[in-house]
Design a protein. Structure first.
Length: 143
């Protein structure tokens, strides 16, 4: 469960930043989580909440925002990942029996979009750029 070690690092960094800014309380933490990190959001949230017990962040709201990889091709084509992700999920639902589609984890179809999408200009396979990050985007503190 790599979510625990990631949560440890996040909490360590958040507490260090809070201490450097003489925070009395941490109200909210916003994390950017790449769609290709294979992080389980529920496990990450559980680990963060557990590690923040008995700290100034014990009541903090934790917001996880998805970071989509951008799709690029050697021919110069570029598309934001959110567009590819949405289109591929819609196509998968349209092309397959809806009952078969629901049997498999929905996230798998979305992630597969970043590895099996041909370029609309040249038909070569697009490659993902980014989407593997875990970033502390903001910390709301009370001083």
């Amino acid at each position: 469960m790599h979510e625990y070690s990631l949560a440890c690092e996040v909490v360590k960094n958040v507490m260090s930043i809070a201490e450097a800014n003489q925070a009395k309380e941490i109200r909210a933490i916003t994390l950017g989580v790449g769609k290709l990190t294979h992080i389980n959001p529920e496990q990450l949230l559980f680990c963060l909440k557990t590690l923040m017990t008995d700290t100034i962040a014990k009541d903090a709201d934790i917001v996880l925002q998805a970071i989509f990889p951008n799709m690029e091709c050697e021919c110069g084509y570029y598309e934001k990942g959110e567009v590819i992700y949405s289109a591929t999920k819609r196509e998968a639902k349209e092309k397959r029996n809806i009952l078969d589609f629901l049997k498999e984890p929905d996230e798998f179809h979305g992630i597969r979009a970043f590895f099996e999408t041909p370029c609309p200009k040249c038909e070569k396979m697009l490659h993902a750029s980014g989407g593997r990050e875990l970033i502390i985007q903001s910390i709301d503190i009370e001083q």
